[in-house]
Design a protein around this ligand. Structure first.
Ligand code: DX5
Ligand code: ZN
Length: 222
């Protein structure tokens, strides 16, 4: 079943020199969840932030859910660290771990919600035997590693396929889309079945976060 739509600004596009204020500002502007991109210069060709920064946001007073998107390999060693640092969701790429089921179990045993992330060329059949254990499915609409890339429209049919699987199983799994989401394509992603929308540059590179988030929400026909 489709969940209430969530806007998830990606901190990747925020001003890191004042991250706490930036996150506070997007939440005040109407965002629902903080998307926290973790890159290791190994699984993806870029390097960002780790559990210390997640913990710093919690210490600063951020109470909204933090959606930790792990673009790292190996995955497992970082899970307890992010759980302790205050992560709400932890999502990972199935290609990045040797034992997908074990990694999901580890996330849940750490007290977090678990999600699988699908790169543009990664098939959805990784879901076949684990769907009922998941809280989130994340469809990448760009290749992971960088913000500011263009949305791949071919991913709309993958979102539709994932929506079909979630609805057929009648499970309350969030369907998130990440990469190149803007005011002019968020409606199409919503129509295709997504309910959680990551947006980095589309929000942080505009002067008025509230106006941008409101314009995004206006595209949801509910
Ligand atoms: C890409 C990241 C995205 C990225 C989105 O690897 O997972 O979350 O920050 O940025 P935009 O919205 O600018 O494409
Ligand atoms: Zn992401």
């Amino acid at each position: 079943m489709k969940q209430v739509p969530w806007i998830a600004p990606s901190i990747l596009a925020a001003d890191f020199a004042k991250l706490g204020q930036e996150v506070e500002a997007v939440l005040k502007a109407g965002a629902d969840v903080v998307h926290f991109d973790v890159m290791d210069n190994h699984y993806v060709p870029n390097l960002t932030v780790g559990p210390m920064v997640c913990q710093a946001l919690r210490k600063y007073g951020i109470q909204a859910p933090i959606d930790v998107h792990l673009m790292v390999s190996p995955v497992d060693s970082l899970i307890p660290a992010f759980a302790q640092a205050g992560a709400t969701y932890i999502t990972f790429h199935p290609e990045a771990t040797n034992h997908i089921d074990r990694t999901i179990q580890l996330i849940k045993a750490s007290g977090c919600k678990a999600g699988l992330v699908f790169n543009p060329a990664t098939p959805l059949n990784y879901l076949d035997y684990v769907l009922d254990q998941l809280d989130m499915i994340l469809i990448m609409s760009v290749n992971p590693g960088f913000g500011g890339q263009s949305f791949m429209p071919e991913m709309l049919k993958k979102i539709k396929a994932a929506r079909g699987l979630i609805d057929a199983a009648n499970l309350p799994i969030r369907l998130e889309v990440d990469g190149g989401i803007k005011i002019d394509n968020i409606g199409a992603a919503f129509e295709a079945g997504a309910d959680t929308f990551v947006a980095g540059s589309a929000i942080f590179e505009t002067p008025d976060y509230q106006k941008t988030i409101e314009s995004m929400r206006s595209k949801f026909n509910i």
